[in-house]
Ligand binder design. Structure first.
Ligand code: ADP
Ligand code: MG
Length: 680
């Protein structure tokens, strides 16, 4: 019986096809997955209190004798309520159990049990559905791990599986942290950590285990980025020497902001340094990143090189082609657009211009680098809206072309703590300044009582020749939630509320071509109102849109709402954002009110991180961070910095060659989903 971390969970006692499916839902397939399925929280069931000392609303463990036979009553709706009275000599207490038909076989008159529950004040003091153990071993009298679960799988059952998996895996566990790193940062070993994170004897051990695992997560991630970065450190590029941007500056109808100028200067320094540039330009929506990319493309042109600019959608690519075509075209550069929308003959012609070297700037989607496009002299790759693409794609991109300079543009203002780890392999230019003269977007938080007035306001905007976005949290109607779905809300608005206006629908489940068609129609003002999901979050520039209405706004992260709001206020017209929410929770309301009060994306991002934690930071994980299982980016900043420091002191060459780093290298490869042997 040679089971190990890679053995399937089906080798465990009690795991059949039903359990397999449930575990699969939690992404658990192997014993190793079970061992890495960490508790989301713990309940302190170590202290046994006397009933007379119990406090209302505080969870507690107590030992007591059953002093009444369980009595069951039928309730309306087919439910059963069973009452049992227990006593521990200091006091008596009634326990209520709902729908527990076999309770009289489990709780026997005159016997002692350890119970865990929360004392409530209602009609007298009682506890509803307490947990209990005959032995006090599994769920009471200990620090109980509480796991993320799925329907049908109880915490108790899962705890049992994890105990079995630990028995198999712990003796074989390799430590991915090198001995000297463990010593330097006073970290416990892997076996202790994995045992104690699941079944700690005390809170001191738990804290030690947790710190080590947090360190480990950050360490693997930043060691991976360090290896990436180091492998590029040797990439030489002939320095670009002609850095004169004055023709471009003369052609601009405005002068650069200080932040834009700094970013351009940093880029100039990079491309003239002799090594390949890997730079991220990070700036809020509307901070003017496009012109920074244009400056880089202009430098490439002066160096005799071509630029590829990739946008996440075709519509955005078209927009860039139009605006850059005007600006750079006027300076003698040839700007071409290559998208799936082109006809075959046109496509062939464009490709010839690219391979022949006549095209200076090539704009398209990500297909640009994968399609059979041959550049004659590619010197710069710009990725717009980089937060749409993860670290993995970034790594893959760095691999693809023959070492051009790379520039990433990201509209997601990331708090500094997060940027430190997420962009560990990049140099970062922060654009923390807006072009002058921006009008603030008036933002209002409202509830259903305002519906009529907001509808009238929508109509007024449309009648004034403006356009309106309406964003819903879900695509389809769902019985379980009452969230507004884009489909149903679109039907409602088009058929009932605004039958005389032109309403469109856009969501992520539509085909790419259909999406682009709708977006194009909205851009061309063939639609007045666009009902959409968060697919419109990115990039699109329709200056004529002046009103953003968000339904069930409490369902979105603050940063996401800020991105959405950034879709309006792009033209001359005064713009507005209306957030609908029925939430009564004070913390939700203060979150949304924070958005009404400020337009500063960095401040909002920091608030968002503080309030919701990184898991929800961007709604649907568009930030490209891997999922951290134990680490909490808000509270674990110090450990993160230590892990970062430790990973940088490793010689990355050693990671690839020295056998002591083999377990670490395996983890790095798994994390980055490495299939290109980038780390070899
Ligand atoms: P983003 O950073 O969101 O990509 P854009 O590059 O699309 O922003 O710029 C937003 C708008 O601001 C554009 O209309 C652009 O012409 C304008 N803009 C950019 N830089 C400046 C500046 N320095 N002064 C005035 N307007 C600017
Ligand atoms: Mg942009």
């Amino acid at each position: 019986m040679a089971y190990g971390p890679d053995s399937p969970v089906s080798v465990l006692k009690g795991v059949g096809s039903v359990r397999l499916k449930q575990l699969e839902k939690l992404n658990i397939r192997t014993l190793g997955d079970l061992v890495s399925h960490f508790p989301r929280t713990y309940e302190d069931r170590t202290k046994i209190v006397q009933i007379c000392d119990m406090e209302v609303d505080v969870p507690a463990c107590f030992r007591a004798t059953v002093i009444s036979y369980p009595r069951t009553a039928r309730l309306p709706g087919g439910r059963n309520l069973t009452k049992v009275v227990v006593s521990d000599m200091t006091a008596k207490l009634t326990l209520n159990f709902f729908n527990r038909p076999y309770l009289d076989k489990q709780l026997r008159y005159g016997q002692d049990y350890v119970f865990f529950g929360v004392l409530r004040e209602g009609f007298g003091l009682s506890i509803t559905n307490p947990e209990f153990d005959t032995s006090g071993a599994r769920s009471t009298g200990r620090i109980l791990p509480i796991y993320p679960l799925t329907a049908g799988l109880t915490n108790h059952t899962l705890t049992g599986y994890i105990e079995q998996a630990l028995t198999v895996c712990l003796p074989q566990m390799e430590d991915i942290l090198p001995q000297d790193v463990r010593e330097q940062y006073d970290l416990c070993d892997a076996q202790f950590a994995y045992r104690c994170i699941h079944a700690p004897d005390n809170f001191g051990d738990l804290a030690r285990a947790r710190r080590r695992l947090v360190f480990e997560e950050f360490f693997v991630f930043s060691a991976g980025l360090a290896v990436l970065r180091a492998s590029r450190g040797t990439q030489h590029a002939a320095p670009w020497t002609d850095l004169d941007l004055s023709p471009l500056y003369k052609a601009l109808p405005y002068s650069l902001t200080g932040a834009q100028q700094r970013a351009v200067d940093q880029i100039s320094a990079d491309v003239s340094s002799g090594s390949v540039m890997h730079r991220l330009v990070q700036g809020d929506v509307g901070s003017g990143k496009t012109v920074v990319a244009a400056a880089a493309a202009y430098l490439a042109h002066r160096a005799g090189k071509q630029t590829a600019l990739m946008a996440p959608t075709e519509i955005l690519a078209e927009q860039h082609a139009t605006s850059l075509g005007k600006l750079l075209g006027g300076l003698g550069l040839e700007v071409v657009l290559l998208t799936g929308a082109l006809g075959a003959a046109e496509k062939r012609w464009v490709k010839e211009r690219i391979s022949g070297g006549q095209a200076d700037v090539v704009i398209g989607t990500h297909a640009l680098l994968t399609a059979d496009v041959e550049f004659s002299n590619l010197g710069l790759v710009v990725t717009d809206e980089q937060h749409r693409f993860g670290v993995r794609q970034r790594a893959a991109l760095a691999d693809k072309a023959e070492q051009p300079h790379t520039l990433f543009l990201s509209a997601t203002p990331i708090p500094r703590t997060l940027a430190l780890i997420l962009y560990g392999d990049l140099d970062v230019s922060v654009m923390d300044e807006m072009p002058p003269g921006r009008q603030p977007i008036d933002t209002y938080l409202v509830d259903e009582t305002m519906r009529k007035r907001i509808n009238a306001f929508i109509r007024k905007q449309v009648e004034a020749g403006n356009q309106v976005y309406v964003v819903c949290p879900a695509v389809e109607e769902n019985e379980e939630t009452e969230l507004k779905s884009a489909e149903a809300w679109y039907a409602q608005l088009q058929n009932e509320t605004f039958p005389d206006l032109r309403v469109g629908l856009l969501h992520g489940k539509m085909k790419g071509a259909d999406k682009d068609a709708v977006m194009r129609a909205f851009s061309a003002h063939e639609l007045d109102i666009l009902v959409a999901t968060t697919v419109i979050e990115v990039g699109v520039d329709v200056p004529n849109a002046t009103l953003m209405v968000v339904e069930d706004a409490d369902r979105f992260g603050l940063s996401q709402l800020h991105q959405l709001r950034g879709r309006v206020g792009r033209g001359a017209g005064k713009s507005y954002c209306v957030l609908f929410s029925e939430s009564k929770k004070p913390e939700t309301l203060s979150r949304l009110n924070a958005l009404c009060a400020t337009q500063d994306g960095f401040r909002i991002a920091e608030q968002d991180l503080a309030l919701r934690g990184p898991g929800d930071f961007f709604g649907d994980r568009q930030h490209g961070l891997p999922e951290f299982h134990v680490a909490d980016l808000e509270v674990d900043v110090k450990t993160m910095q230590q892990a970062q420091e430790a990973s940088q002191s490793l010689r990355s060459a050693a990671i690839a060659d020295d056998p002591q780093y083999a377990p670490l290298l395996r983890r790095i490869k798994a994390l980055f989903n490495d299939d290109t042997n980038r780390f070899n």
